[in-house]
Design a protein around this ligand. Structure first.
Ligand SMILES: [Zn+2]
Length: 136
């Protein structure tokens, strides 16, 4: 069944996430992920960028979020994430996104079976690091 958007931002983000996946640099895991963040009406792509020093690897979600931030686009509507299986953003990415958009809708695209899941950042990481003492 063809993808049926349930929010205005989802249609463009779905396509962009799938396309962004083709630009992933994943020679070590061979697990390519694409992300697309709709920010201030723009669609910002991200893809996982692996590094032979594994700790330097960037996930697709953080690439897209950092790119949007660098452009000054701070009104985030939603993010689509595409992979060859059902995935959830990693804890680092959820924490990263929660800094600015804990209620950000996430559209998780499973390209293998053509299904999607919808959740918010907060639903995946309700007990994230808040650090209230950092803000005085
Ligand atoms: Zn991640």
């Amino acid at each position: 069944m063809a993808f049926q958007p349930q929010a205005p931002w989802e249609g463009r983000a779905y396509e962009a996430a799938v396309e962004a996946r083709d630009s992933a640099h994943a020679p070590y895991s061979r697990f390519c992920v694409g992300a697309a963040l709709v920010a201030d009406g723009h669609v910002v792509r991200g893809m996982n960028l692996e590094n032979r020093s594994f700790g330097a690897t960037l996930c697709a979600e953080r690439v897209a979020a950092a790119a949007a931030w660098s452009m000054g686009w701070r009104q985030w509507e939603g993010m689509a994430i595409a992979a060859e299986e059902a995935i959830v953003p990693c804890g680092i990415c959820l924490q990263f996104l929660a800094e600015w958009a804990p209620d950000l809708p996430l559209l998780l695209i499973n390209l293998a079976d053509g299904t999607e899941q919808r959740r918010t950042v907060d639903e995946f990481l309700p007990y994230r690091f808040i650090g209230k003492r950092l803000i005085q």
